[in-house]
Each structure stands twice: as structure tokens, then as C-alpha cells.
Design a protein around this ligand. Structure first.
Ligand code: ACO
Length: 380
């Protein structure tokens, strides 16, 4: 009997030097640094540099990255036009996927055959920064256009997180909000061989280009068992309404064998290492916006579900309500995850290309035995 690892559960598919998830100690390290320390002390741009290069940037390196990021913040008219072609009632992840695909097509136009698609290390760093810089504009424009609002030009005097909020809402966000948002970006940036990152590595392993790998990863992240869960958490919050409805709602949900989005994890079985940091950021936002009702619903659902099922919240549970308090539409939550995770995806694509082997597992055939087309006579 072949030992089939359904969902590749427990399979160690390769080495990585980018992050270490340790469910035993409930810890997550990016290039050796605990993610909590990075979230508390670093701007997201510095964490992007860390993931790509292996070290935190010097002041000069951070300034250089910020200058390049600022230079790529504005979407070209072609990309704006492509986003406008996506139906307004399509999911924003489809907008993101379309926009990134077009950015790649424009950048790679005239670059020769597929044999050169995977590019050099320098090419891929440049492509990574291009996507990193464009995503806030894509996500912000998506939300604005659904409200019938014009896009807002980026502000050169604002760093990544503050500019992201500026381009979405057109007001300068309070530093408390910028800090909570920056922390969420850092926490979402990287998580080893999760479904979308592994997807990106599979595409890269065929020596396709970085843009194709990222677009494929966006497709994987859209699923509600993965990135789509942060959106799903808010749908659940809306269904429940307020904390007093948690018990009857949960009785019904569990009786009908519903999955409660924002809980459970393939790797962490005793709690997600990122949750306490994001919950602290959520608490700050609850106080800032004076919304104790959100915290009450959050805490009640968590304690009821954990006590009944022993399944703990994952990062999507606190980030969903945090993004909602900041003012993002529910449908924008998973695109925000893309904006953060593009740093991890691109770091993994470059790592994969650095010691590549085509990713091509085997399968156990369980279909019909060999059979033949009636009347078929092989050529002599
Ligand atoms: N709600 C209810 N039951 C759950 C949940 C949940 N959120 N999560 C797991 N379970 C139950 C399953 O029903 C299953 O029960 P059974 O053995 O009686 O059939 C058991 O726990 C094991 O669950 P699996 O789905 O088989 O475990 P797996 O390791 O594949 O699950 C997963 C991981 C997919 C994340 C799962 O916990 C889930 O679907 N959670 C909800 C979606 C979610 O929040 N995804 C975000 C992931 S983290 C991220 O992307 C940041």
C-alpha cells in the first residue's frame, strides 16, 4: 500500500531559509527574527527587505528601497483600464489577479522566449519591488471604484502603510491606525510552505516568470480555506450581529457541521503564533474607534468555540475585524493579504530558483483497469 499524504499533510517538500514555523513553541521566525519583534519595531518595507535579502536593511538600504517603492506606486493608464474592465460585482481578488497579470505582461513584453522567463536575481528583485509597490494602489483603487470614487494619487511624504491608507481613504490616518495596519502587514507577510506560497514555488520550479507565479498564488489565496478566511470572519460577525447571539448561532452552525472561519490551522494545533500580536492591534483599534461591541463579539465567539471544539483562532480571526474598523470593505480583506504576502511569495520564488528542482510529485492511480476502444484496429 502506497502511503498517500492527502493534502501533503506532514510532508517536508524542501528546505527554506526564509521562515520557520514551530507549532511546538508556537513561534514564527522570519530569517531568524520572531515575528512579534518585527511587528512591534519595523516598518513593513524593512520586513520586505529582510525577506528578500536575509538581513534587515541599513538606513541607506531602507532609503533606497523606499525611493524605488515610491517610484512604482502609480498605476499606468493601461492597468487602471484593465481594472475598470473587471465587473464591479466581481470579487476584488479577480481585479488584483488581472492587474498583476497585466503589469507582468507589460514588463516582460519584448523580453524574448520562455527560455529566459525566470530571469536573473536582479530581474526578480526589481519585479518583486514593482508588485510590492503597485499592490496598495490596486487594492485602494478597487475599494474606491466600488464606492464610485476617483483614484487618489500617492503621497511621496508618506511611508508604505500610511500611504496605503491615504490612497484608500483620502485622509491622513491617525498614527495608531497606521501602526496597527503596519503590524498586520508584517504578520501576514510570510508563513513558509502555505498553499499560496507552495503554488508560487510550483510555478517558479517550471522556470516560468515571477509574475505568473504570483498570479497563480493569488488564485490559491482567494480560497476560503486559506486567505479568503479573513473576509469570511466578517460575514460571520455580520450574521451573528452581537455577542448575545453567539450561543444560539454557534449551536446552529455546529449542528449543521459548518466550518467556523478564522479558526483552525494545518500546522498550529494549539493556537496561531501571530494571533496575540494581531489581537493586541485589534484592541488598540477597538479603543481608538470606541467599539467595545466588536471586542465583546470577538471574545465571546472565541471562548465559546474554543471551549466546545478545542480549535483556536488563526490570524484571519483578529485581522478581519481590525480591517473592518479601519474602514476597509469586507471584500477588500483578502486583497490586503495579497499586498502583504507578495513579499513572502517573491522571496520564495527567488529561493526556489536559487536551487531549483521541478516540483512534480507522484499519484496513486485508482481509475479503471486498462481497456480498449471497441473496433479499434492498430495501424499495421
Ligand atoms: N470550524 C469547525 N471545525 C473545524 C474547523 C473550523 N474552523 N477547523 C477544523 N475543524 C474540524 C474539522 O471539521 C475536522 O473535524 P472532523 O475530524 O470531525 O472531520 C477537524 O477539525 C480537522 O480539520 P481539517 O480541516 O481536516 O484540518 P486541516 O488541518 O486540514 O485544517 C484548515 C486546516 C483548513 C485551516 C481548517 O482548520 C479550516 O477549514 N479552518 C477554517 C478556514 C480558515 O480559517 N482558514 C484560514 C487558515 S490560516 C490563514 O490562511 C492565515
Amino acid at each position: 500500500m502506497t502511503d498517500i499524504k492527502k493534502g501533503l499533510a506532514g510532508v517536508v517538500a524542501d528546505e527554506t531559509a526564509i521562515s520557520k514555523v514551530n507549532p511546538e513553541t508556537n513561534s514564527l521566525l522570519y530569517r531568524g527574527y520572531p515575528v512579534q519583534e518585527l511587528a512591534a519595531t519595523q516598518p513593513f518595507e524593512a520586513v520586505a527587505h529582510l525577506l528578500w535579502h536575509g538581513e534587515l536593511p541599513t538606513d541607506d538600504e531602507l532609503a533606497a528601497l523606499r525611493a524605488t517603492e515610491r517610484a512604482h506606486r502609480t498605476l499606468t493608464p493601461e492597468v487602471i483600464a484593465a481594472i475598470d474592465l473587471v465587473p464591479l460585482d466581481a470579487h476584488p481578488m479577480d481585479e488584483v489577479r488581472t492587474a498583476l497579470s497585466l503589469i507582468g505582461a507589460i514588463d516582460l513584453a519584448g523580453r524574448g522566449s520562455v527560455l529566459e522567463a525566470s530571469g536573473s536575481v536582479e530581474d526578480n528583485l526589481e519585479r518583486s519591488i514593482r508588485l510590492f509597490a503597485a499592490l496598495p494602489a490596486i487594492v485602494a483603487y478597487g475599494q474606491r471604484r466600488r464606492h464610485g470614487d476617483e483614484p487618489i494619487a500617492p503621497r511621496d511624504d508618506l511611508d508604505y502603510a500610511a500611504n496605503f491608507l491615504w490612497m484608500t481613504f483620502g485622509v491622513e490616518a491617525d498614527p495608531v491606525v497606521v501602526d496597527a495596519f503596519n503590524r498586520s502587514m508584517v504578520l501576514y507577510a510570510e508563513h513558509s510552505f502555505n498553499a499560496s506560497t507552495f503554488t508560487a514555488r510550483v510555478v517558479a520550479s517550471a522556470l516560468s516568470d515571477l509574475y505568473s507565479a504570483v498570479v497563480a498564488a493569488v488564485g490559491a489565496l482567494k480560497g476560503p480555506l486559506h486567505g479568503g478566511a479573513n473576509e469570511a470572519v466578517l460575514h460571520i460577525f455580520e450574521e451573528i450581529g452581537d455577542a448575545s447571539n453567539v450561543v444560539p448561532w454557534l449551536d446552529d452552525a455546529l449542528a449543521s457541521k459548518r466550518k467556523i472561519m478564522g479558526f483552525g490551522h494545518r500546522v498550529y494545533k494549539r493556537g496561531d503564533s501571530r494571533v496575540p500580536t494581531m489581537k493586541a492591534a485589534l484592541d488598540t483599534l477597538v479603543a481608538h474607534y470606541d467599539r467595545p461591541d466588536v471586542a465583546e463579539l470577538y471574545d465571546t465567539l472565541e471562548s465559546e468555540f474554543v471551549s466546545r471544539k478545542g480549535i483556536y483562532p488563526n490570524l484571519d480571526y483578529p485581522s478581519g475585524p481590525a480591517y473592518s474598523l479601519i474602514g476597509f470593505d469586507i471584500l477588500t480583506f483578502t486583497p490586503l493579504f495579497v499586498a502583504a504576502r507578495v513579499t513572502g511569495w517573491t522571496a520564495h520564488i527567488m529561493e526556489q530558483l536559487g536551487s531549483n528542482a521541478l516540483i512534480r510529485p507522484l499519484s496513486e492511480y485508482v481509475g479503471p483497469d486498462e481497456r480498449h476502444i471497441e473496433g479499434y484496429v492498430p495501424d499495421p
